[in-house]
Design a protein around this ligand. Structure first.
Ligand code: NDP
Length: 454
């Protein structure tokens, strides 16, 4: 088989081959979309309660396989076991949440003279989901499960490095009794299978998560067909620490080291008010030295490898070995290891301070006052997430409104809950996933007027 026809899945902690998977081409995408269209027509005509019942059964089956899915994620993506369990649980929980949504996806009746006016939320048809490798299970789930609940079929292309958990989820869907071809997973290369999905005239919407560069191309191609698209793209999120904050909690290094920093919401710009800069620097030096980096399958490990040689090379190219920094340690190899790092000599407009590095790397930058903090926080093309830490309520309210980002946390590092909306401002994306409106994003609104005067 040629390299274009198969995917070789490596364990990023050992570089051993985990599996070899056939890669889909444009003809495979064609066939999958045709089958999905047929399955969708039946699915859309089912009673919402029946769709909900099947999705709940799917959630039960996923629940029974959380440990298996988590261990598969550890092997193909190098995620530490505890995080991988959370990821499988997140997919299950989103299924349950979406199932409830299927029953609450209601139209409206709008008073008009001379008749009745009603709206319907109708499914789009076949939705194409293109997922990245950084959170293979949750991101596959966020794009797919609300779409299914709203009455669509899904064709999902996982990242070439991480197709295995998505394939397993598709098997579990069948085991749970979901109709054949309703939720199909097509592993393949982005420039072949991904493009074919984006360009397919019978794919009604694309949900893309990945780099801003590829997202831009996907949007351009969708524009030719006037195809709706949801984009979840890069980030360079600030962690703004005011001098009056609980500094120890605010500078938790796992706000940028989780998932080895391969997290679009990672708080990779640590903006610290100058009065507490030295204290924060010392705290970070201590905590980075203690981070346990190694075998992700070991329950005690806190940080695993990067996903691939390519990603390791990219991180190394953005973070020179001799750059002034606080550093932890990492194994030598085999595997794709990079030590936890905080760059201390950067200007806020340097490449490392502006670019999404997608590795365990943050920059530490001082600010003077509230206005300076807001200016630095917003001086980026991205706007996905961010945190701010202060005990001053008025300041918390002012700054959280002034920072241009889709997901802000006050005195907290977390951004993602499946029942609240998630998405970015500026070049971090377009549209929202999750939350109460997730299902509506996979529907068209139809308005019907019925005359009472005919
Ligand atoms: P990409 O954005 O290229 O990949 C994301 C997904 O898109 C993958 O499934 C990929 O397939 C697919 N894809 C690639 N090219 C096309 C295309 N032309 N048409 C349709 N689909 C396509 O990210 P990379 O994996 O190249 O990572 C590079 C950088 O992107 C990272 O260093 C990081 O900065 C950023 N990134 C951001 C993510 C986020 O969540 N915001 C997630 C992943 C990466 P394939 O796997 O075959 O390439």
């Amino acid at each position: 088989m040629s390299a274009e026809h198969e995917l070789v899945v490596l364990n990023p902690a050992t570089e051993e081959v985990v599996a070899t998977v056939p890669a889909a081409d444009a003809a495979d995408v064609d066939r999958a979309v045709a089958r999905a269209s047929a399955a969708q027509r039946t699915w859309a005509s089912a009673a919402p309660a029946d769709r909900a019942r099947l999705l709940r059964r799917f959630a039960d089956v996923v629940d029974a396989h959380v440990e298996e899915l988590a261990r598969l994620e550890v092997r193909e993506a190098g995620h530490v076991l505890g995080n991988a369990r959370w990821e499988a649980g997140n997919a299950r929980d989103l299924l349950l949440y979406s199932a409830g949504g299927a029953e609450r996806l209601l139209g409206r009746q709008i008073p008009v003279p001379g008749g009745w006016d009603v709206t319907f939320q109708e499914p789009l048809g076949v939705v194409g989901v293109i997922a990245p490798w950084n959170f293979p299970m949750p991101i596959a789930a966020w794009g797919s499960f609300p779409a299914l609940a709203a009455g669509n079929a899904v064709v999902l292309k996982p990242a070439e490095t991480t197709p295995l958990t998505a394939l397993r989820l598709a098997e579990l869907a069948l085991e749970a009794g979901l109709p054949e071809h309703l939720f199909q997973v097509l592993p393949g290369y982005g420039h072949i299978a991904g493009r074919a999905l984006v360009d397919h005239p019978d794919v009604a919407k694309i949900v893309f998560t990945g780099s801003t560069r590829t997202g831009r191309e996907v949007m351009e191609r969708c524009a030719r067909l006037v195809k709706p698209v949801t984009l979840e793209l890069g980030g360079k999120s600030p962690n703004i620490v005011f001098a009056d904050a609980d500094v120890k909690t605010a500078v938790d290094p796992f706000s940028f080291l989780d998932n080895s920093g391969q997290d679009c919401c990672a708080r990779t710009r640590i903006l610290v008010q100058e009065q507490v800069y030295d204290e924060v620097r010392e705290l970070l030096a201590d905590t980075l030295a203690g981070v346990r980096v190694g075998d992700p399958a070991d329950e005690k490990t806190q940080m695993g490898p990067l996903i691939s040689r390519q990603q390791l090379d990219r991180v190394r190219s953005l973070v020179p070995e001799d750059a002034p920094a606080l550093r932890g340690s990492a194994p030598d190899g085999p595997g794709f290891w990079f030590p936890p790092t905080v760059l201390t000599g950067e200007r806020h407009d340097s490449e490392a301070a502006r670019e999404e590095i997608f590795g365990p790397v943050a920059v530490l930058l001082p600010f003077t006052d509230e206005a300076d903090a807001i200016r630095l926080a917003n001086d980026t093309p991205y706007g996905l997430a961010g945190s701010l830490w202060t005990r001053d309520l008025g300041r918390a309210l002012r700054v959280s409104r002034a920072v241009k980002a889709g997901n802000l946390s006050v005195n907290s590092h977390s951004s993602v809950r499946y029942w609240t909306p998630f998405g970015g401002y500026k070049q971090s994306g377009l549209g929202r996933e999750l939350g109460p409106d997730a299902l509506t994003a996979f529907t068209e609104t139809k308005n019907v007027f019925i005359s009472t005067e005919a």
